[in-house]
Design a protein around this ligand. Structure first.
Ligand code: HEM
Length: 888
C-alpha cells in the first residue's frame, strides 16, 4: 500500500513539470529560425522548410494509378464551374485572400519533388519573411532598426494570385516596421540606441548596430507572427464558425497549459509537420469570386499568349512560371495589380486601400462540386496529379446530388475508389447552420480544425515561448487578440487602421467585418441590435493632418480659440450629455467662460489659493511618510515617488471637491485610489489622447459607463435626497478651501448661485474638475520632479552651482515652466479649422484637422533663445505655451 502511495506521489510530482523541458532560456531559443527549425528543441528539424510532407491517413484505396481517370476529365466532369453561386453565409472574397495567405505560410510544394514542402510547417509568415535565411536576407533592410524593405515580401508565388493577397501581406510588412520602430522608441531594456546617434568614429559602431538589428528584427518578427496568429483566431476563425452571425466574440484558445485528469500535462509546443491531406483539403479554388475569376483569366491570358484554358498543358504552365520569374526584378521592385511603387519604394495607401475595399465588397463563391472556374483547370490538374503521387484514403456517402454522384461513379467505376482530391473538392457542402460560416464540404470542415490546432498548439512560439520576455512587455500586449475590439474582437480591423489610417475609418464594417460583405453584415447587425454602431458605406479618403510646428504659428492657433474647434468635443459628445463639462465643451467660448467661473469659485476667495497649495503640500508629505520604507539596517527611506505619491496627490484633492470618498480598503470608501485613478485615466485617454482608431468603440462604451457611475456618485454625495444640492457643493468646497469658515462659505454660495447652474450642469462641471485636475496634473508633476531628480539635469547642476535659488518663488515657477517646456506632459494637441484659414505657410481647408506640435514649438529659438538650456528667468511668462486639459 505504502509503495502504491509513494508511486502515486512520485508520478504526481513528476507530472507537475513537462519532460523533457518545454523550452530553454537565452537568445538562441528566443527567436524563430528562418527555416522553422529548432521549434521542437529535441527534434530540431521537425517541420523545417525543405522536409517531406507527413501523411495523416493510412492509404486504403485499391485503385491502381493506371486505372485512374484523366485529371482533365475529372476536372471537366466534377469540378468545372457551371455558374457562379454566391457564398451562402456572406463571406467576401477577402476571406479567401486571407486564406491564401494562410496556406502559403505553410505550403510550398517543390516543383522538382512533390513530396517536399519548401516552407516550414509553422505559422511564421514565411510569405513575408522568406522560407529560409537567404530569402530573409533579401527582405531585410539591415539599417540597425530591424526594418523590412518598405512594402516588400518574399513569396514570389503570390504574384500569381489576385492582388488583395499581396496587399494583405504588405500591411503585415508595415506592421513589422511599426513594431520595430516602437521597440526602439520604447527601448524597454535600455539596450538600444538610435543608430544615427552612434558616431561613425566609434570602433564598435558596426558590431553594436549588427547586434541591435538582429534583436529588433527578430523580436518584431515574433510579435508580427503573433499578430497574424491573432488574426487567424479572431476574424478568420469567427468567419469559419459563423460566430459573427451570433455576435459572439468567443474564440478557441488552443495555446494554454492543459492538465489531463491524471495531472500530466497535455502536450504543446512539440512541433508540427504539415500533411498532404491538409494540403489537399485546403485547395479552395471553388470559392473564387467573379471579379477574381476575371483577374486570373486576364493574367493567364497574358502569360500564355492568349491560349484557351482548356488547351493549357503542364509544359505551358512551366513556361508561364518561367516568364513570370523573368519579369521579376529583385523583390524590392516587385509589383502586383498594376500598382506602381513610389520613389521611397512604398505603394500609395490609396491604391492599397481600394484593392482591399473591393475584396470586401465582392462576394466569394460557394464551395461546391462543379464550382471551380475553368481558368483554374490547369491548377487543379496539377493538384490532382500531385495527390496521385501522394496516396490517400477514399470516401463514402459523398454527394447527394445525383448527377454529381453518378458522374463520379462513371469516372472511378466504384464510388469507393473516389480519390481524395476530387473527393474533398466535390463533396457535398455544409449548409449555413449554427456553428458554420465557411460552409465547405463536410470532411474539409471537420479536418481543417484538427490541422489548425496541430499547427498552432504544436508551435513553441505560440505556447511555452509566447512570453513577454521574448516579445517585450509592450510587444506581448500589442499582439494580443482583444475580444472587446469592434467586429466582435476583430484583429484585422486594428491592422487596417494602423497601416492605412487615412483610408479605413473606425466605425466602418469594411474595417471590422472585412471577411464578410457589407451587404451580408447589414441584416446580421440589425438582428443583433448593433446596426447603429457601424457605417456600411465604402470609406472615403482623408488627408493626413498637417503639423504646425513653429512657435509663432502654434501660439496663433492656440490663442484663436474661436477659429479652431477642439477635436475632443466630438469624443465628449459620445460619452456625456448636457452643459457644464467645460474641459471638452462644444462651444469654446462658453467652455472657457464655464471654466473661468468654476476657477473663480474655487480660488476667488481671499487666501483660497494658499489653502489649496497647503492641502497639496500636506498630502504629498503624508503620502511620502506612509508609503516609504527603509532597507535592512538603514535609516534612509525609499519611496516610489511616482507610483505611490505624485499619482495620487491631485486625486485626493479633486475627490474632496467632488465629494468622493477614497479608501485603500475597497469595502470602505467609494473607490480605492488605484481604481479611481485607472478610471479617470481611461476617461482622460479617451477624451484627449491619440489612441489607435480601433479602440474608439470599445473605449467609448467603457468610458460612458465610468462617467454615468461617477455622475451618479457626485449626485449622491451632494444630495440629501435625490437632488443634487447647490448648498451641499458649496459647503464641501468651502471646507476644502477655507477650512469650513463661515465667511468663505457664504462667499462661495453667492458666487455659485450667480452662475445659476442646474443640477446636471453642476454635476458635469464637478466631473470636469475631477478629470481635468488629476491625470495630466499628475503627469506634469512627474515630469517636473523627473527634471530635478535626473542626475544629468541642467536644473540640478544650476542649483548646485548656486546660480539658482530654490527658495525664491519666481525662480521656482520658472523652473517648473522650463521643465515642462523641455519635457511637456503631452507633445501637442489637435484642432479643427472652423473655416478656411492660413497659418504661417500652411493653408487650411474648412474643417481640416491640424496637429499643433507644442513640443517642437517649445524648442523654437525665436521664442526661447538657447532652447536646450534651462533659463528659469525667461520673460514674459505668458510666452510659455499651454495645451489642453488642466494646463488650460
Ligand atoms: C484566385 C485565386 C487563386 C489562384 C489564382 C490560385 C492559384 C494557384 C496556383 C497557380 C497554384 C499552384 C502553385 C504552385 O505549385 O506553384 C495553387 C496552389 C494551391 N492553392 Fe491556390 N490559388 C488561388 C486561391 C487559393 C485559395 C483561396 C486557397 C485556399 C485557401 C488556395 C489553396 C491552394 C493550395 C493549398 C495550393 C497548393 C500549394 C502548394 O502545395 O504549394 N488557393 N493555387
Amino acid at each position: 500500500m505504502a509503495t502504491k502511495m509513494q508511486n502515486a506521489v512520485v508520478e504526481l510530482l513528476y507530472n507537475d513539470l513537462s519532460h523533457p523541458p518545454s523550452s530553454y532560456i537565452g537568445p538562441k531559443y528566443a527567436y524563430r529560425e528562418a527555416d522553422g527549425s529548432n521549434n521542437n528543441l529535441n527534434d530540431p528539424s521537425m517541420g523545417k522548410a525543405g522536409s517531406t510532407y507527413a501523411r495523416s491517413v493510412q492509404q486504403n484505396n485499391p485503385l491502381p494509378r493506371n486505372d485512374m481517370p484523366d485529371a482533365g476529365l475529372v476536372f471537366d466532369t466534377l469540378l468545372k464551374r457551371e455558374k457562379f453561386e454566391k457564398h451562402p453565409a456572406g463571406l467576401s472574397s477577402m476571406m479567401f485572400s486571407f486564406a491564401a495567405l494562410v496556406i502559403h505560410t505553410v505550403f510550398r510544394t517543390s516543383h522538382e519533388n512533390v513530396n517536399v514542402n519548401e516552407t516550414s510547417s509553422y505559422i511564421d509568415l514565411a510569405p513575408l519573411y522568406g522560407h529560409d535565411q537567404a530569402t530573409q536576407n533579401q527582405v531585410r533592410m539591415r539599417n540597425g532598426r530591424g526594418y523590412l524593405h518598405p512594402d516588400t515580401f518574399a513569396e514570389d508565388r503570390l504574384l500569381l494570385l489576385p492582388p488583395a493577397v499581396c496587399v494583405l501581406l504588405v500591411l503585415f510588412n508595415r506592421n513589422h516596421n511599426f513594431i520595430a520602430k516602437k521597440l526602439l522608441d520604447v527601448n524597454e531594456r535600455g539596450t538600444f540606441v538610435d543608430p544615427d546617434t552612434i558616431p561613425t568614429s566609434d570602433p564598435e559602431r558596426s558590431s553594436k548596430i549588427l547586434k541591435q538589428e538582429e534583436d529588433i528584427f527578430q523580436t518584431a518578427r515574433l510579435i508580427n507572427c503573433a499578430w497574424f496568429g491573432s488574426a487567424v483566431f479572431s476574424d478568420y476563425f469567427s468567419a469559419i464558425l459563423g460566430l459573427v452571425r451570433q455576435g459572439s466574440n468567443w474564440s478557441l484558445n488552443p495555446f494554454g497549459e492543459i492538465r489531463k485528469e491524471d495531472h500530466s500535462l497535455f502536450e504543446r509546443g512539440r512541433g508540427n509537420v504539415c500533411s498532404v491531406e491538409f494540403n489537399c483539403l485546403y485547395r479552395w479554388h471553388a470559392t473564387t469570386s467573379e471579379h477574381d475569376e476575371k483577374w486570373v483569366t486576364q493574367m493567364i491570358d497574358t502569360l500564355s499568349g492568349g491560349k484557351n484554358p482548356d488547351d493549357i498543358t503542364f509544359a505551358d504552365m512551366k513556361v508561364m512560371y518561367q516568364k513570370m520569374k523573368e519579369g521579376e526584378k529583385d523583390l524590392t521592385h516587385w509589383t502586383f495589380g498594376n500598382l506602381q511603387r513610389q520613389e521611397d519604394g512604398t505603394f500609395k495607401d490609396e491604391d492599397l486601400a481600394q484593392i482591399l475595399f473591393d475584396a470586401t465588397e465582392h462576394p466569394a463563391a460557394a464551395f461546391k462540386a462543379r464550382g471551380t472556374p475553368n481558368v483554374m483547370r490547369m491548377h487543379e490538374m496539377m493538384g490532382i496529379e500531385q495527390n496521385r503521387q501522394w496516396a490517400y484514403a477514399s470516401f463514402l456517402e459523398w454527394n447527394s446530388n445525383k448527377d454529381v454522384a453518378a458522374a463520379a461513379e462513371k469516372l472511378y467505376g466504384d464510388i469507393n475508389h473516389l480519390e481524395l482530391y476530387s473527393g474533398l473538392q466535390a463533396e457535398e457542402a455544409k449548409p449555413v447552420v449554427e456553428g458554420a460560416g465557411l460552409c465547405p464540404s463536410y470532411t474539409i470542415s471537420r479536418a481543417i480544425l484538427s490541422d489548425a490546432i496541430a499547427l498552432t498548439r504544436g508551435d513553441r512560439f505560440f505556447t511555452s515561448d509566447y512570453t513577454p520576455f521574448n516579445m517585450t512587455t509592450w510587444g506581448f500586449a500589442d499582439c494580443q487578440r482583444d475580444p472587446s475590439a469592434p467586429g466582435y474582437g476583430s484583429t484585422l480591423g486594428r491592422l487596417f487602421l494602423r497601416a492605412l489610417p487615412n483610408h479605413y475609418t473606425p466605425d466602418s464594417t469594411y474595417t471590422w467585418f472585412p471577411l464578410m460583405t457589407p451587404g451580408a453584415m447589414q441584416p446580421i447587425l440589425k438582428n443583433l441590435n448593433a446596426i447603429e454602431l457601424y457605417n456600411f458605406s465604402r470609406p472615403g479618403t482623408k488627408n493626413p493632418s498637417p503639423e504646425i510646428k513653429a512657435y509663432r504659428d502654434v501660439a496663433q492657433v492656440l490663442s484663436k480659440g474661436s477659429d479652431f474647434r477642439v477635436s475632443y468635443t466630438s469624443r465628449a459628445a459620445h460619452v456625456i450629455t448636457g452643459k457644464g463639462f467645460f474641459i471638452a465643451s462644444d462651444d469654446p467660448v462658453r467652455g472657457q467662460r464655464e471654466q473661468q467661473a468654476m476657477l473663480d469659485a474655487l480660488t476667488g476667495a481671499a487666501g483660497s489659493l494658499d489653502k489649496i497649495t497647503e492641502s497639496f503640500y500636506q498630502k504629498t508629505r503624508e503620502l511620502m511618510i506612509t508609503e516609504s520604507w527603509a532597507c535592512v539596517g538603514q535609516t534612509v527611506k525609499n519611496v516610489d515617488i511616482v507610483r505611490d505619491v505624485l499619482k495620487y496627490v491631485p486625486l485626493y484633492w479633486a475627490c474632496e471637491v467632488a465629494g468622493i470618498r477614497l479608501s485603500k480598503d475597497p469595502d470602505d470608501g467609494d473607490y480605492t485610489p488605484q481604481a479611481l485613478y485607472d478610471i479617470l485615466t481611461e476617461i482622460y485617454f479617451f477624451l484627449f489622447l491619440d489612441f489607435e482608431h480601433w479602440q474608439f468603440i470599445p473605449l467609448s462604451q467603457k468610458v460612458r459607463g465610468h462617467i454615468d457611475q461617477l455622475l451618479q456618485r457626485i449626485g449622491n454625495s451632494y444630495s440629501r435626497g435625490s437632488r443634487l444640492s447647490i448648498a451641499g457643493v458649496f459647503s464641501s468646497f468651502a471646507r476644502l478651501i477655507n477650512g469650513g469658515g463661515r465667511n468663505g462659505h457664504d462667499e462661495l454660495v453667492s458666487r455659485f448661485s450667480a452662475l445659476g447652474y442646474d443640477n446636471d450642469t453642476l454635476a458635469n462641471s464637478i466631473l470636469a474638475i475631477l478629470i481635468g485636475s488629476t491625470v495630466d496634473m499628475s503627469q506634469a508633476l512627474v515630469h517636473v520632479v523627473n527634471s530635478y531628480l535626473d542626475s544629468n539635469s541642467l536644473v540640478k547642476s544650476a542649483i548646485s552651482k548656486g546660480k539658482l535659488s530654490a527658495q525664491d518663488q519666481a525662480t521656482m515657477q520658472g523652473l517648473v515652466l522650463e521643465a515642462l517646456r523641455l519635457d511637456p506632459a503631452f507633445r501637442g494637441v489637435y484642432r479643427e479649422a472652423i473655416s478656411a484659414d492660413k497659418i504661417g505657410q500652411q493653408s487650411l481647408k474648412q474643417n481640416e484637422t491640424i496637429f499643433v506640435d507644442i513640443a517642437k514649438a517649445n524648442m523654437d529659438p525665436e521664442a526661447f533663445p538657447e532652447p536646450t538650456s534651462v533659463l528659469p528667468n525667461r520673460t514674459p511668462k505668458d510666452r510659455y505655451l499651454i495645451g489642453d486639459g488642466v494646463s488650460q
